[in-house]
Design a protein around this ligand. Structure first.
Ligand code: SF4
Length: 216
């Protein structure tokens, strides 16, 4: 019989409590000092590890010290500066283009709402949710590859569509947990519920997970 909404919410609350006890310090692993630096770091992180991004950004933020510096930068030079992040030409266009919009349309301040954020060059819901949750304390959930994989394994969603999943999960997770949930799931996905080789025997969620391989 399919799990009803109240049973799903109860299981969801248990999942969150177990994750909080396992990953009490889970937080955004990108390093940044301002909302704009986080925006840049998040654009760089597409198809790239956070570790690599954190190797690039100290030098990048020393060279381009504010939004204006990015806005009026030479895109080809910027692309070379971020080359090791991959997709450097399109990422450079996004970083320069979004910075120019922020300067010219938002007085140099990164918008604090989804509607305006997704109008920025190269900024999708994932990047926008990241900035909203981290910098503006707006309840927001980032749906990345770990979230998609693990929420499906846990049977808390059955879609791979990030926008649809975001809507579904917002129904069952407590709003105050949204930001932290993503960080905890990312840690869980890196350490235990690893893609294609989940370590179910070491998983704190094993008793709540319909995909557990323990005993199989
Ligand atoms: S029990 Fe296994 S499949 Fe389920 S969340 Fe844990 S590691 Fe992933």
């Amino acid at each position: 019989m399919p799990e009803n909404l109240s049973a799903k919410k109860k299981r969801t609350a248990e999942v969150v409590e177990l994750l909080k006890s396992e990953y009490p310090l889970a937080k955004c692993s990108l390093t940044y000092k301002t909302p704009h630096q986080l925006l840049v770091a998040t654009i760089l992180s597409a198809q790239c590890t956070d570790k690599r991004v954190n190797q690039i950004t100290p030098g990048l933020f020393a060279k381009y010290q504010d939004v204006e510096s990015f806005a009026y930068s030479d895109v080809e030079e910027l692309a070379q500066d971020i080359r090791s992040a991959g997709y450097h030409n399109s990422k450079a266009r996004s970083i320069q283009g979004s910075a120019l919009q922020i300067v010219e349309e938002h007085n140099g301040v990164v918008p604090d709402n989804m509607e305006e954020l997704v109008k920025l060059s190269g900024v999708g819901r994932k990047t926008a949710n990241c900035v909203l949750g981290e910098c503006y304390s707006v309840p927001a959930m980032v749906i990345d590859t770990h979230m998609i994989r693990i929420m499906n394994l846990l049977g808390l969603s059955n879609t791979k569509n990030a926008v649809k999943m975001e809507r579904e999960l917002m129904e069952i997770f407590d709003e105050q947990d949204w930001v932290k949930l993503t960080h905890m799931i990312i840690e869980h996905g890196r350490a235990v519920c690893i893609a294609r080789r989940p370590q179910c025997q070491n998983c704190v969620l094993e008793k709540l997970c319909p995909s557990s391989l323990v005993g199989n």
